[in-house]
Design a protein around this ligand. Structure first.
Ligand SMILES: NC(=O)c1ccc[n+]([C@@H]2O[C@H](COP(=O)([O-])OP(=O)(O)OC[C@H]3O[C@@H](n4cnc5c(N)ncnc54)[C@H](OP(=O)(O)O)[C@@H]3O)[C@@H](O)[C@H]2O)c1
Length: 353
C-alpha cells in the first residue's frame, strides 16, 4: 500500500505547469531562450484557440478515429475529453484514410472557436511544396476548417531541402491558414537546423511532437532538455507505449502490439515487457490503473507541455483521463522512473550523469 499522505494536494502539479515561465524565470535571466514559454497566456506566440483560450496541458490524439474506433466510439471519446476539459486535439493527414480528420471536424463543429486543432502533413510523401500544399488542402477540406492552430511536418525528409518545406509552411502561416509550425519525429539537430532556417524566413518552430513514454526515453537525452532551453512546446505521443504500459500484454490480453507489425517490433525488447509488468504491480499497490500512472509520469516531466492521450474506446480512455487529476509525488515519480533504464547522457560521460 502507498505510505499515508504521499499524495500532495490536488492540482499542485498542474499549478506548477501553468506557472512554467515563472518557474524558469531565473534560467531565462542567465540564458534567454530564443523562443518564449508557449504556456504563458500573455505571450503572442501562445498556443491558443481562435477565441483566445490557452491550450490545455493535455491533448487527445485521434489516430484511432474511424479505424479501430468506430464513429460512435470516436464520438464518445471526444465527448469524454471535452467533459474532462480538454481543448487540444491532434490528428494527421495520414490517419485512417482521412476519417480521423473528417470525424474530428464533425465533432468540433460549432465549438471550433474553443479548440486547438493540430494536424500533420507529409508522412508517406516528400516534404515538398506541392506535397505539403496538396495534403494540407485535403486536411482542411476533411476538417471543414479554413485554418488550424498547428501544422506539423510529420517527419524528417532526406529528399526535400528543409528550406523548401519551411518556406511553404511560412507562407501558410502568413496567409493565416496555420497559427504555428511544428515538427514531429525530428532529432534535436534536425529541430535546431529547422529553427535556424525558420528564423531566416522570419518565422518560427513552435512545437515538437516526439515519442515519449516509460519504455521510450530517448527524448530525455536531447529533445526535452533542448525544448526547455529553447522554449519549444512539446506534445508527447504514445504515453502508453501503444498500450504496452496498460499491463494488458502481461495479463495475456491482445491489442495493437499483436495486431500491428510495426508496433510489435517497436516494443519487442523483453525488458520493456518486464517494465510494463512492474508498472502494473506498482499501480496495483496504489490502487490505480497502470495507464493512469504511465500517463501521469509523462505529464510530470516539466519539459512536456501536453501528453497526447489516446484509446480505441471510452472505457479504455477513462484511466488515461484519470491521470489529469493525479498529482504525482516525487517518491512515486522516482519509483516509476526506476522501472526502466535512464538513457545515457548525450556526452556519454556516464560517471557525471
Ligand atoms: N507523430 C507521430 O508520428 C505519432 C505517432 C503515434 C501517435 N501519434 C499521436 O499520439 C496519439 C497517441 O498515440 P498512441 O495511440 O500511440 O498512444 P498510447 O496512449 O501509447 O496508446 C494508445 C493505445 O493503447 C491501448 N490502450 C489505451 N488505453 C487502454 C486501456 N485502458 N486498456 C487497454 N488498452 C489500452 C489502445 O490500443 P489497442 O486497444 O489497439 O491495444 C490505444 O489505442 C495518437 O492518437 C496520435 O494523435 C503521433
Amino acid at each position: 500500500m502507498p505510505p499515508a499522505g504521499i499524495f500532495p494536494p490536488f492540482g499542485k502539479r498542474k499549478d506548477k505547469r501553468m506557472m512554467g515561465s515563472a518557474s524558469l524565470a531565473g534560467l531565462f535571466l542567465l540564458v534567454p531562450p530564443c523562443q518564449s514559454d508557449p504556456m504563458t497566456e500573455n505571450n503572442s506566440d501562445a498556443i491558443q484557440s481562435p477565441n483566445g483560450t490557452q491550450a490545455t496541458p493535455w491533448c487527445f490524439g485521434t489516430m484511432q478515429f474511424g479505424g479501430r474506433a468506430s464513429a460512435a466510439e470516436s464520438a464518445r471519446m471526444y465527448a469524454a475529453c471535452r467533459a474532462a476539459g480538454i481543448n487540444f486535439f491532434d490528428t494527421a493527414h495520414v490517419y485512417t484514410d482521412g476519417m480521423s480528420e473528417t470525424l474530428l471536424g464533425k465533432f468540433a463543429g460549432k465549438e471550433r472557436e474553443e479548440l486547438i486543432i493540430a494536424t500533420k502533413c507529409a508522412f508517406d510523401a516528400e516534404n515538398s511544396r506541392n506535397s505539403i500544399l496538396k495534403s494540407f488542402d485535403e486536411s482542411r477540406t476533411r476538417l471543414g476548417m479554413d485554418s488550424v492552430e498547428i501544422l506539423y511536418l510529420h517527419r524528417w525528409s532526406d529528399v526535400t531541402p528543409l528550406e523548401e518545406s519551411l518556406e511553404t509552411l511560412a507562407q501558410l502561416r502568413q496567409q493565416g491558414k496555420i497559427r504555428h509550425i511544428g515538427v514531429s519525429n525530428f532529432s534535436a539537430w534536425q529541430v535546431m537546423k529547422a529553427r535556424c532556417i525558420a528564423e531566416k524566413l522570419a518565422t518560427s518552430i513552435r512545437i515538437l511532437q516526439p515519442m515519449y513514454n516509460l519504455v521510450k526515453r530517448q527524448a530525455e537525452v536531447e529533445i526535452l532538455p533542448m525544448a526547455k532551453s529553447e522554449g519549444f512546446a512539446v506534445a508527447a505521443y504514445s504515453p502508453l507505449g501503444g498500450g504496452l504500459l496498460t499491463g494488458k500484454y502481461g495479463a495475456g490480453k491482445t491489442g495493437r502490439l499483436v495486431e500491428d507489425k510495426g508496433y510489435a517490433a517497436r516494443y519487442q525488447p523483453e525488458w520493456m515487457h518486464r517494465a510494463a509488468n512492474a508498472l502494473a504491480k506498482l499501480a496495483s499497490d496504489y490502487g490505480l490503473a497502470p495507464a493512469t500512472l504511465a500517463v501521469a509520469w509523462v505529464a510530470h516531466n516539466d519539459a512536456v507541455t501536453a501528453p497526447i492521450l489516446s484509446a480505441r474506446n471510452a472505457e479504455q480512455l477513462a484511466p488515461s483521463l484519470a491521470a489529469m487529476t493525479l498529482p504525482l509525488p516525487p517518491e512515486l515519480y522516482q519509483a516509476i522512473s526506476r522501472l526502466s533504464p535512464t538513457p545515457p547522457p548525450a556526452t556519454d560521460r556516464l560517471e557525471e550523469a
